[in-house]
Design a protein around this ligand. Structure first.
Ligand code: C2E
Ligand code: MG
Ligand code: MG
Ligand code: MG
Length: 299
């Protein structure tokens, strides 16, 4: 460990030197700016959730949604998650922000159910930092109790980073989450460096195929092989599988003919503000029926 600490110190030293180049300076200034604005964002009500539909490939119907946070800052405008989630994680602010996301997403989903828009599922991203927070279970319990959402309608998205070596106490926590009745999914599946063995040891319900594999599925045989293998892996383990980032009809057809359960992506819809999502539900929008071509052989 001393060696590693020394190595890190050296690396840091080198980075600190780079830190003062003009480019890094701008970046670090933006970082500081975001960090301080982030501290007030919750109380100033600057966050909203957008919802992206998840569509069943057998029925073509919307069966769920993923809640995705958006930050509307008065001066910086719409700040995308990629620019602030990492900072929120490092500063620990993600714990409060994530609690707000969980409560808001569950309450919204219950409201849609109560309005007769269907028994849909809502997926919420949970960062590793939230996972380690002491009141995770109590917080989930109180959200479920307060919103009266059926826990089976809540899906919690975890990332593979949770399953890497030193966080192994996670098993017990995952079982406690499961015992609340919620579903657990693995987000961005295939992009982490974790061992596959966690899939048999942890109570997971769903794999979400990362969109980087889906992007070239119809032109790159290797990506296609990875995706069909993930679908097979999921089904052999009795897990459901969702493909993320589906943008074209060709990708959709490929996934449908290879037995993927659900899709999420721009082809069907971008993440939408609650009002627009609700309008889409009221319209009863569905996927186009499969094209009438011969059943596809694996080629
Ligand atoms: P994610 O959980 O993997 O969410 C999917 C991301 O892919 C979303 O980006 C979504 O807008 C985008 N996406 C969906 N369909 C397509 C498509 O067809 N093509 C392309 N190119 N992109 C598509 P978004 O909303 O910018 O979120 C980025 C990431 O930020 C999320 O990735 C998630 O890791 C994180 N994030 C978002 N909201 C939350 C949150 O409430 N809590 C936490 N902890 N993380 C969040
Ligand atoms: Mg996600
Ligand atoms: Mg993710
Ligand atoms: Mg993802």
């Amino acid at each position: 460990h001393a060696d590693i600490a020394m190595y890190c110190a050296k690396k840091l030293g080198r980075n600190n030197f780079q830190f003062y180049t003009p480019v890094m300076n701008e970046e670090s200034m933006e970082r500081v700016r975001i960090e301080s604005a982030l501290r007030n964002a919750l109380e100033r009500n600057e966050f909203v959730l957008h919802y992206q539909p998840q569509v069943d490939l057998k029925t073509g119907k919307i069966v769920g949604m993923e809640a995705l946070i958006r930050w509307q800052h008065p001066e910086m405008g719409m700040v995308p998650p990629i620019r602030f989630i990492g900072i929120a994680e490092e500063t620990g602010l993600i714990v409060q922000i994530g609690a707000w996301v969980m409560r808001t997403a569950c309450a919204q989903n219950k409201a849609w159910q109560d309005a007769g828009l269907g028994k849909l599922r809502v997926a919420v991203n949970l960062s590793a930092r939230q996972f380690g927070a002491p009141d995770l279970i109590a917080g989930l319990e109180s959200v479920l109790l307060d919103t009266m959402l059926d826990p089976d309608c809540l899906e919690i998205e975890l990332t593979e980073s949770l399953f890497m070596s030193d966080v192994t106490p996670a098993v017990e926590l995952l079982h406690r989450m499961k015992s609340l009745g919620v579903n657990l999914s693995i987000d961005d599946f295939g992009t982490g460096f974790s061992s596959l063995s966690y899939l048999s040891r942890f109570p997971i319900d769903v794999l979400k195929i990362d969109r980087s594999f889906v992007a070239d599925i119809t032109i790159d045989a290797n990506d296609a092989a990875i995706v069909t293998s993930i679908i097979g892996l999921a089904h052999n383990l009795k897990l459901a599988v969702i493909a993320e980032g589906v943008e074209t009809l060709e990708q959709l057809d490929y996934l449908r003919s290879h037995g993927c359960d659900e899709i999420q992506g721009y082809f069907f819809s971008k993440p939408l503000p609650a009002g627009e999502f609700e309008a889409m539900l009221r319209e009863g929008r569905c996927l186009p029926a499969p094209q009438q071509t011969e059943p596809e052989a694996d080629a």
